[in-house]
Design a binder for this molecule. Structure first.
Ligand SMILES: Nc1ncnc2c1ncn2[C@@H]1O[C@H](COP(=O)(O)OP(=O)(O)OP(=O)(O)O)[C@@H](O)[C@H]1O
Length: 295
């Protein structure tokens, strides 16, 4: 049986009294492209760094491809990670980076690495410290992909890329997963990109997982209801109201429902993925930083 790409149970990370990630339970199947979304400060980087083994949990457990993150050479070789600030070695050339990658990674794919660098129009002799922010991100991504990981973890990988580079990168990501059956977890604020490439979604709000699942299942289970305010009490039980707004006589609800919604006086519409995410994220507007109670 294939191990899940990531399994977390009660995963919690606290900085002092500040909860960066709270009681996170996830079971992400392998072979998926997973989008991680949420407002600034929601805990996305924290979750990704826990998965990459760069942070240790305060409580709970996390397994990646069946192993403890960064728990040994074999585990490290299976996971590629690109941090938000895409660190590179400023004094080393691009060729030095690729040589380093080859020596550190048993499954290193030099032809792919060189081909990518050439496609980007970069010179192998160029020092990484002289690259633009977007070019540095491309080098870091090239290193991560050439490692041929089973799981690629990318923290806002496309944020500094221009639109064409972004499209090309996302295309490359999809063919990488298709060819190698690899899993990808990527965080982004760009919903249109996530809509294009992700088949699994996690929404983190105020340090908690608000919703996670297969994109198609999420779209099949969320609706916008519009109808007379006076009929709100007639709506079926078994719905979770994610967001609601009311004008004098009319109500609009975003709901999660696994019960039939026909037979009500409300108009029922499907949501786009962006609407769905925004309705969960709008709950964060009223939330404050999560502090543990003082004892
Ligand atoms: N080293 C740290 N020390 C103290 N607090 C931290 C530290 N790192 C993160 N935090 C806090 O933990 C919370 C989650 O941060 P995190 O970077 O995981 O959020 P994020 O969802 O990635 O945000 P963004 O979208 O802005 O990148 C934030 O409130 C942040 O201020």
């Amino acid at each position: 049986m294939t191990e899940p790409a990531l399994r977390a149970v009660g995963l919690t990370k606290r900085y002092g009294r500040h909860l960066a990630l709270s009681d996170c339970t996830l079971d992400i199947p392998a072979g998926r492209v997973v989008g991680l979304v949420g407002p600034n400060g929601a805990g996305k980087t924290t979750l990704l760094q826990l998965a990459a083994g760069m942070l240790t949990p305060t409580a709970g457990t996390i397994e990646v491809l069946g192993g403890r993150p960064a728990s040994g050479t074999a585990q490290l070789a299976k996971v590629g990670f690109v941090a938000q600030d895409t660190p590179v070695y400023a004094g080393l050339s691009i060729a030095d980076h690729l040589r380093f990658g080859a020596s550190a990674n048993p499954r290193w794919d030099q032809p792919t690495a060189e081909e990518r660098i050439a496609q980007l129009g970069l010179d192998l002799r160029q020092k990484a410290g002289r690259l633009s922010g977007g070019q540095r991100a491309q080098l870091a991504l090239t290193m991560a992909v050439a490692k041929r990981p089973e799981l690629l973890i990318l923290d806002e990988p496309v944020a500094s890329l221009d639109p064409v580079a972004r499209r090309e990168f996302l295309k490359g990501l999809m063919s990488f997963t298709a060819e190698h059956g690899a899993s990808v977890i990527l965080s982004s604020h760009l919903m249109s990109d996530l809509e294009r490439v992700c088949d699994y979604l996690i929404v983190l709000v105020a340090s908690r997982v608000r919703v996670a699942g297969d994109v198609d299942d999420l779209l099949d289970g969320h609706f916008r209801l519009t109808g007379p305010r006076r009929d709100l009490d007639d709506l079926p039980d078994g719905m979770e109201i994610i967001e609601e707004s009311h004008v004098e006589r009319q109500s609009t609800l975003i709901v999660r429902a696994d019960v039939p919604l026909d037979g009500t006086s409300f108009t029922v519409e499907q949501l786009t993925l962006e609407d769905l995410v925004l309705s969960y994220m709008s709950q964060a507007m009223s939330s404050r930083p999560v502090l543990e109670p003082t004892r």
